[in-house]
Each structure stands twice: as structure tokens, then as C-alpha cells.
Write a protein that binds this ligand. Structure first.
Ligand SMILES: [Zn+2]
Length: 237
């Protein structure tokens, strides 16, 4: 079956003097992509410190900038379209990503106020079938993307948009498993993981087939949230 890669798009507003830029992460990130900008603790950290050496890149390319949610913006507000179990999947996704950070560096909440949200999550393809999530091999019954617009080289213009689209022709369980899994993956992008892992065992692999963040996902997001950002979110309305 043709695999569908999730994607991350960032475009510039007209006020920013270049054309829309699409980041074809899906075509390049399966090659070894180890531009890992690590700002790691110096050697000699104590033995109980988390091992953050096995990570992948997270910087937005080609700008090579770092985005993470600043402390004063937490909890970050996610609006999830009320369709199927999407709000539940978003809440689950926030919980699992929060759990990857040791000191509450990221916190997200669901809001019903779409206008005041930092991230909007929508589901395309209509009302999905109803099924519980089950333990089963991943089937690519959906796809997703995360996009944002740059107001300038250092600031986003507005909320991020997560779009997940499901496809007919699959079992209900495969569809809902995919929506849940891809929602979790896209939420990872919205935290600032702006590249894909090249390892299929990671949730941030371009075609995610796992539901939980791996040790590498965990290490990478920890490094991200201990790296100074030089791209900031849009002001709240
Ligand atoms: Zn992705």
C-alpha cells in the first residue's frame, strides 16, 4: 500500500518578503538526517541524568530556528473540532507529550474557544466510524499535517493548524487507531518538533506506526525544551 507521510508546512505571510515555503520533510527525512543541534549538558553529568544523546533534529529548516512554547504561554490552548472522538484523542496526545518532560516544561489544555486557541485541530473526511482503540498493527488509514505561518523570521503569524484526514475503505478500528496515532504525531510537531525522525520506532517518524513516544522521542523533546528558542508564537488575540 502506498504510504502517506505526515507533513509539516510553514509558510510566510505576504508581509514577509519571500514566497510560500513548503517543507517537503516527507521526501527527505527517511534518509539519515542527523543535523542534530544538540545543546547537551556537558560531559560529567551524574549517572542518573536522562540519557539525551540519542536524538533527532527538531529545528525548522531551512531557517534552522528553534521553536518551543515559552513558560508564560503554558498551558498551551488546543481547540479540537467536536467530531468523533477527536477531542479525546487530542487530550490523550497532550497527556502523553507532557509525560515526556520531567519538569512540566510543556503543558497543554483543551479549549472550546477556537478563536482563542494556540493550536486548532480539525478532522477531515467526515464523521469517522465508531470503534474503541485496539492493539493492532498500524494501518495508514489517515494522514495529517501541521502548518503555521511565519509573520517574520522570528515570529509566527497566528495559531498552528493540525489537520487529520481519514479515508474510507478501512475497518473502523484501523481508522480510529490511525486518527489517534497521527493526532499524537502532529501534536509532537506543535510542540516544536519540526523534523521527522528517521527511525520507524519513533512516534515522530514520517509515517508513524507506533502510538507512544519512544526513548528517542522523549530525549529529543527534552533537549528541545532545554534549547533557547528563536522563533516565538503569535500573540494571543
Ligand atoms: Zn509529521
Amino acid at each position: 500500500m502506498r504510504k502517506r507521510r505526515e507533513e509539516l508546512r510553514v509558510k510566510r505571510e505576504e508581509s514577509f518578503p519571500t514566497e510560500v515555503v513548503l517543507f517537503p520533510l516527507y521526501s527527505t527525512l527517511c534518509t539519515p538526517f542527523l543535523i542534530v543541534a544538540l545543546i547537551l549538558l556537558a560531559a560529567g553529568c551524574d549517572v542518573t541524568a536522562p540519557d539525551r544523546t540519542d536524538t533527532y533534529g527538531f529545528r525548522l529548516q531551512p531557517e534552522n530556528v528553534v521553536f518551543n512554547w515559552p513558560l508564560e504561554r503554558r498551558p498551551v490552548r488546543y481547540f479540537a473540532q467536536a467530531i468523533g472522538a477527536l477531542p479525546e484523542y487530542v487530550r490523550d496526545g497532550l497527556t502523553i507529550w507532557e509525560a515526556q518532560l520531567l519538569y512540566g516544561e510543556f503543558e497543554g489544555v483543551l479549549t472550546t474557544d477556537s478563536a482563542g486557541a494556540d493550536i486548532r485541530v480539525v478532522l477531515e473526511g467526515g464523521v469517522p466510524p465508531v470503534s474503541p482503540l485496539i492493539s493492532a498493527p498500524a494501518v495508514q488509514a489517515c494522514t495529517g499535517s501541521t502548518s503555521a505561518t511565519l509573520a517574520s523570521a522570528t515570529k509566527l503569524a497566528g495559531p498552528m493548524l493540525i489537520q487529520v484526514r481519514w479515508f474510507p475503505g478501512f475497518t473502523p478500528a484501523d481508522v480510529v487507531n490511525c486518527i489517534s496515532r497521527v493526532t499524537r504525531h502532529e501534536i509532537g510537531h506543535s510542540l516544536g518538533l519540526f523534523q521527522h525522525s528517521s527511525n520507524p520506532a519513533d512516534l515522530m517518524y514520517g509515517v508513524p506506526s507506533v502510538r507512544e513516544p519512544s526513548t528517542r522521542d522523549r530525549s529529543t523533546v527534552q533537549v528541545l525544551y532545554h534549547t533557547a528558542a528563536n522563533l516565538t508564537p503569535a500573540d494571543r488575540p
